[in-house]
Design a protein around this ligand. Structure first.
Ligand code: SF4
Length: 234
């Protein structure tokens, strides 16, 4: 803008400032500079999880919503280093709204305590959030429909270690057809997270001879959480 073009603008601004002074205005807020970066406090994982839970409370993305009592989202410490992922809610879980209650849940609690943690220190969830009828296996389209919720949960939680309980959770997380007996016993990488597949507590109730294998897997998890290297296989 040329000097002579600016003169009327400056005069108008001067008149406006005098007008404000007559009104008693003594200060004007300065606008933020264009390049200024506003600092935004990070939203805690617990808050993000709570918002996610609220957003899926009435989910009807797959047929499982028809027979459920409620969405069984997950429970535990949102800041946990260790997350357990199971398959799907059973009858008790569907009624209580919490994963791993009942006999398998009690065994999972003992497994957690065996590595020196308490249940409330970890986070527990399932691949599929609604109970399949008659406790049948979730179908591939149901898993696919629920996968974005699982991914969003893990994105909020970002644990160091995920313990995948049983074939179904391990195959879903690792996108493989391998059997649990071949997957367990070593860590697998999932982004920055380490996944340890092991037998499902419900399977252990029927096959107690495999408790020793789970004990070994959980000792590896404990060592990793204590800072030892993982020796991940993939
Ligand atoms: S199983 Fe998952 S995708 Fe299907 S209705 Fe329940 S929350 Fe939604």
């Amino acid at each position: 803008m040329k000097r002579q073009d600016a003169a009327p603008v400056v005069a108008a601004l001067r008149d406006y400032v005098r007008y404000l002074q007559r009104l008693g205005v003594t200060e004007l807020p300065l606008p933020q500079s264009r390049g200024a970066v506003r600092s935004v406090a990070p939203v805690p994982a617990a808050t993000r999880l709570q918002q996610l839970e609220e957003s899926v409370r009435h989910c009807d993305r797959c047929r499982l919503h028809q027979g459920r009592t409620q969405v069984v989202f997950g429970t535990g410490n949102a800041e946990a280093d260790l997350v357990f992922v199971g398959e799907a809610p059973g009858r008790e879980e569907d009624v209580q709204g919490e994963p791993f209650v009942g006999a398998a849940g009690q065994l999972l609690t003992r497994i957690i305590e065996a590595i020196g943690l308490r249940r409330e220190q970890v986070y527990i969830l399932n691949v599929v959030k609604c109970r399949p009828p008659n406790n049948r296996d979730p179908r591939p389209d149901e898993v696919a429909a629920c996968r974005p919720i699982l991914q969003a949960q893990l994105e909020c939680l970002r644990p160091r270690v995920i313990c995948a309980l049983g074939t179904f959770a391990a195959q879903t997380l690792l996108q493989t057809e391998e059997r649990i007996s071949r997957l367990r016993g070593r860590f697998h990488k999932l982004g920055e997270m380490h996944v340890m597949p092991t037998y499902h507590p419900a399977y252990l109730l029927r096959n107690p001879q495999d408790k020793r294998a789970v004990w070994q897997d959980m000792q590896a998890v404990r060592r990793l959480l204590e800072g030892h290297s993982a020796n991940a296989s993939s």
